[in-house]
Every structure is written in C-alpha cells, then in structure tokens.
Design a protein around this ligand. Structure first.
Ligand code: SAM
Length: 196
C-alpha cells in the first residue's frame, strides 16, 4: 500500500546506507503524494507500531496538498524555499534536531536544460542551508539532482559538512534516466567550515 513506486528508491538507499532508524526525526521535502514519507514513518517508527522501539517523527512538505500519512506531520501547499514555510517547519520541529533530511523535490522542467539544472540546484542548496541549521551531529542528507549538469560543486560543498558523500543511482530509478541522488552521511556540524 505504498502510494507510488518512487518509494523503492528510498528503500534502496536506506537498505544500502542505513540512514533511517527508530527514534529518528526526518524532514521529507517534496513529499507528495507521500510514499517516501510512508517509508520514513515505517523505518523511524514515527507511528509507534514497532513495540519496544523508540518513536520517531516525520515532517513532510510539498507545494501540493496530499493525504495524511499516519505518524507524519504534513505541510501541504507550501513552497519549501520560502521563509514562511521554513518558519513553520522550525516551529513544528520545536527543540528537535533533524537526523535525516530527504529531498525528492524537482521543479517543473522548462525544457531548457541549463535553466532546469539551475532550478534543481537552487532547491538542493535551499535544502542544504536548512539542513545545516537544523541537523543533529551525524545526521544524513539525500538530495535529488539531474545527472546531465555539473554536480561537482554541490558534491564538494556537501563534502565540507558531511563525512561521506556518494552519487547514487537506485535500480528502481533506472527508467527515470536523468535523475541521480547525492547521499551525504554523518554531518560534522556547522563549525566544520566557516562559510557556505
Ligand atoms: N518522494 C515523493 C513520493 O515518494 O511520494 C515524490 C516526490 S515528486 C518526484 C517531487 C515533488 O516535489 C512534487 O510533488 C513537487 O510538488 C515537489 N516540489 C517541487 N518544488 C517544490 C518546492 N519548492 N517546495 C515543496 N515541494 C516542491
């Protein structure tokens, strides 16, 4: 009863890198219709169904409105990149630090490759800035990109803040030939570098 096949991309990434565990707090950006959120709720035990395990928390945001996922806090109809959305997320997180930030966000394609690449990069940096401010030490980050652009700058920037950075093309993403994920693990903390 996963809402869409893209769930398998996150399942593959988590099976390989173990970025989600019971008790974790997760932020899922670009979450509609909610299948990554379903996986995150299950693996963090945000719905409390795994007895004897710590209960996690999942916060999910999308431009679109989408149906509730039991165990998750949903922010529908909100642009993640706006100050108002990020303020709402900070309020909801309260004193929780995030253990894993996920972004499967993609802008609408313009058809102009250079513009599309710039737009998705903009989303990635917006996610990174928020993650740097809100993450616990050793937290993880997953962002989606298009493989046809220059991703080495973002990769290097991630490498300043995270111990491990990997380019990942999940098996289940093969049909979506242009997409690629950067998986950054073990956040070193904002003091790791002076400026972004
Ligand atoms: N991971 C989701 C799942 O498994 O159900 C699928 C996500 S879909 C590929 C990408 C989503 O990113 C779209 O629903 C789109 O509305 C959202 N998105 C794009 N730009 C956004 C933004 N600035 N803020 C919030 N969501 C955004």
């Amino acid at each position: 009863n996963l809402r869409c096949r893209s769930a398998f991309k996150l399942i593959e990434i988590d099976d390989r890198f173990k970025i989600l565990k019971p008790g974790d707090t997760v932020l899922d950006c670009g979450a509609a219709p909610g299948s990554w959120t379903q996986v995150a709720v299950d693996r963090t035990n945000a719905n409390g169904t795994k007895e004897g395990n710590k209960k996690g928390a999942v916060f999910s945001i999308d431009l679109l409105h989408f149906h509730a996922v039991p165990g998750a806090t949903i922010f529908g109809g909100m642009d993640f990149t706006t100050a108002i959305a990020q303020q709402r997320l900070r309020e909801a997180l309260a004193d929780r630090q995030v253990n894993c930030v996920l972004s499967d966000m993609a802008p609408n394609a313009t058809g102009v490759r250079m513009l599309d690449q710039e737009n998705i990069m903009g989303l990635c940096y917006s996610v990174l800035r928020f993650a740097l401010a809100m993450s616990a030490i050793n937290a993880h980050l997953v962002v989606k990109l298009w493989a046809n652009g220059d991703i080495s700058k973002l990769e290097n920037d991630l490498g300043r803040f995270y111990e491990h950075v990997k380019r990942v093309k999940p098996e289940s993403s093969r049909s979506d030939s242009a997409e690629l994920f950067l998986v950054a693990r073990q956040y070193k903390g904002i003091d790791a570098v002076k400026e972004v």
